[in-house]
Design a protein around this ligand. Structure first.
Ligand SMILES: [Zn+2]
Length: 120
């Protein structure tokens, strides 16, 4: 199971609101399964359809554990592109959905299986 600091989740929701109707995307940093920070990487493109992550910019750093992005549709299920990206970028991935309240999120492992993520 993964944990995320409340202020980080609030930051994600705020950034997702700011980006609406586009998607917001960032990487997640964690220590001992607790996500404590989001990392915006230069070159991340906020698309109307999809965020494009600059994989070349992902540091070789074990604190980078996965990704977060928003779904303006409100549906927090991963797309085929999401599943491909998950498999390349770490063990935990969060999708948050419109209207970006603190409850509308889902977490997945690198294969796209739902996993538990608790806000602490
Ligand atoms: Zn997506």
């Amino acid at each position: 199971m993964w944990l995320i600091r409340k202020k980080v989740m609030m930051m994600i929701m705020e950034a997702s609101k700011d980006s609406y109707p586009k998607e917001f995307g960032a990487f997640l940093r964690a220590h001992d399964n607790i996500i404590y920070e989001i990392a915006l990487l230069p070159g991340t493109i906020q698309g109307n359809v999809h965020v494009i992550f600059p994989m070349y910019a992902l540091p070789l750093d074990f604190t980078y554990v996965g990704s977060v992005h928003s779904h303006p549709s409100g549906v927090t299920l991963p797309s085929d592109e999401d599943l491909h990206m998950f498999s390349n970028t770490g063990p935990v991935h969060i999708i948050v959905g419109y209207p970006y309240n603190m409850e509308n999120y889902s977490a997945y492992d690198r294969k796209g299986n739902p996993i538990r993520l608790e806000v602490i």
